[in-house]
Design a protein around this ligand. Sequence first.
Ligand code: SF4
Ligand code: SF4
Length: 393
Amino acid sequence: MSAAEPVVEGAAVDASAAATEAQRILAICNICGYCNGFCPVFDAARERPAPHRGDLSYLAHLCHACRNCLESCQYAPPHAFGVNVPRTLERLRWLDYADYVWPKPLARLMRAGMVLGSKADFALFLKLFLAMIVPLLMGFWWLPWSQLTQPALGPGGFYRIVPFPLMVCLGVATLGWALLSIGVSLVRFWRAIGGGRPAVRLTWSGLSAVLWDLASLRHLDGGGAGCTDSHSPLAPARRWLHQLLVLGFLCCFAATVVAAFWHHVLERVAPYPIGSLPVVLGLVGGLLMLASALGLWWLRRRTNPLALAPERKGGEISATLWLLAVVLSGLALLVWRGTSAMGLLLLAHLGFVYGFFLLLPASKFVHAGYRLLAVLRLRLEQRNIDADTSRRG
Ligand code: SF4
Ligand code: SF4
């Protein structure tokens, strides 16, 4: 499969052809060497002149998709060599999400959206997500309409709609499921890329270097010039927007932790006043996530389509829509919680949050964990090389 080939509507992605194409272009890059300074992918590829599937997975997730190597490549399409590193590695990343996912039936969901241009599979994603709010919309069934639609701003108002123990149990169960599934998938990936072999002791300074690489998205800087969001200019916008998204998520997480502390230790019952710490944290986090999700979507529309694997589109749109559903329903609940719409908005928001957690292992958001392990592997390898050099010296 050459990257220059046209996309065939409805055609499934051929994993073996994708791996062969990756081996072909990385062999060209190993001889060329022009992009070695852009990111660690090229040096790591030279260490693996005959990469097996695990090596390709490692290289694919080490790539942060800055797309700089495509803009700089003299062998990129329409050249006969058709070298397109960002698209080829992105294609491998999506195949990996399905290959390593646990439990296996989730692979069907991961592959939905990877069938090129298939409207049916994209619709499957959306239907599944909408189905997640059904259990909470069953609240219609057992709650009197008058109770569901009354303004209930006083302490404990939320819990007259959804009892506190039920709210917590569903949250813990869905989040626990997501963490278990993603954790097992990442262990499978870690083993495939070589795990901790050859063994090296990971020190605190080594671990902090990995975390700093990730927090600063160091490998998304295209060798210092920034990320190629369109044909030009190079810009750091994608890094900032990713960081804002994570910051927004952390603010929302902090809001949940503070609210839990207030509830259990201070015995202050939600909903809390507008200026209170949990509400401010939740509001700031929600706005940051909203702005960054829209910004990333806007940047994607400006990106040179040649750099993108077309089959990732369904999964990316689904992830953006799910995130927007969670954030917008939360903001709507905050704005209209003093009205008779509060009960319905609470059910919808909780439904979207639980649905988001349930589908998280089959979503694009897992890419953060894969990148973390690839960067960790890189640091371990560098420490081994440093140790070898000092031994020889
Ligand atoms: S992407 Fe192109 S320019 Fe860069 S190393 Fe590969 S072949 Fe050379
Ligand atoms: S991180 Fe950027 S320069 Fe490196 S392989 Fe990926 S797209 Fe190319």
